[in-house]
Design a protein around this ligand. Sequence first.
Ligand SMILES: [Zn+2]
Length: 430
Amino acid sequence: MSGLHLDALPPELRQKWAAARVWAAHRVPYLARALMTLDPVVVPDTEDTDDGAALRRFPADVGWHIHISPAEIGRQSVPQIGFWLLHQLTHVLRGHAAQFPTAGARPELVEGAETGLFPLTGRTPEQQVWNVATDAEINDDLLMAGLELPADAAMPGALGLPDNGLAERYWSLLRERTEPIEARLSAGDCGTGCDGRPRPWNCDWPGVSRTTAQLTALDTARRIRDHQRTREDVPGGWRRWADEVLEPTVNWRRQLAAQIRRGIADTAGRVDYTYRKPSRRAGSLPDVVLPGLHQALPVVAVVIDTSGSMSDSMLGQSLAEVSGVLRAVGIGRDRITVMSVDARVYRAQSLHRISDLRLGGGGGSDIRVGIAAAAALKPAPDLIVVLTDGHTPWPDAPPPRTRVVVGLLDPAGLPPDWATTVLISDQSRK
Ligand SMILES: [Zn+2]
């Protein structure tokens, strides 16, 4: 879609849009500058979009365009439009599109997902659950900033989620549930700015460059710090975000947790046709055994490099982090195998025997034997988490049908390019 500039709007609507922008900047002053970076695109109303369902929330995209339906500006009040401006800006500033987990389907989690209730947006159930998870993260902070929330704005409390959480955590919690999310909360679409997937109304205009986006994030984070120094009324989610943007260190705990969750979600979504469970249809065909749908729980192996260069405290902290994540996503101890490796596989044991692990085994390390031993486990692991300083030879290719996440404990170490790597550096271990 080509889109139109703001001056295509009738003067009264243009004034209302400008008033909403000013309103938003006054209510949340530390976001005022970033608000100015949003580039408005007028999307002419058609019979399809005029019912308000598609563009009710003024969805943004990753190029910082914000899409405006003239009918919606006419319909909503200045504070309502201002709320959505701040809301969509938050999706874009916090980079929700890049964080969208690509995971298996749980269509039953969204009310109406299989009944074609949302033909206009055509989103997958995962997109809808991610939208709700990110909204809960955002709206928590907007409420604390003193804004009034629209009726369809998802809040952690209304979803039975803990307050002040991050979208990734909400996503995992929502996906562990069996009851559907209320359609009222999951029907609204926050667009490409939320999940990175295309939308029919997106314009083909060039967007804000990556550098401008980064500079805007840095500038906004500094404003949040300054504001907090004098006024002390910045919501927790924004303070945490500013810390992450401004600190030179990476929050490895969050990254490692996200990568492990993503690896697990990939395998949890993989549905096997197996002969283990009889199909209900088999009753009518007595001589044939039909495959039943069997959703396998992921099996995880943790391979720990215990060569001389690794300190016990480094290993202990990262191992505690890994086991915490696995426990939080409901992977029981019986599905986790821990192996320690230096030049050979030292021992294989279950997670609750971590205290027995002999760390710092000494000698040169060869993580290849550890990965090979993990891949040979029965049942084969769906996810292998490797904790290492990286000073080791690696296999040329990953084991088949297994995702490998490397927790790298030395920035000078070299992880293989076929694995997902999270750097666990000294400075960030706080
Ligand atoms: Zn949203």
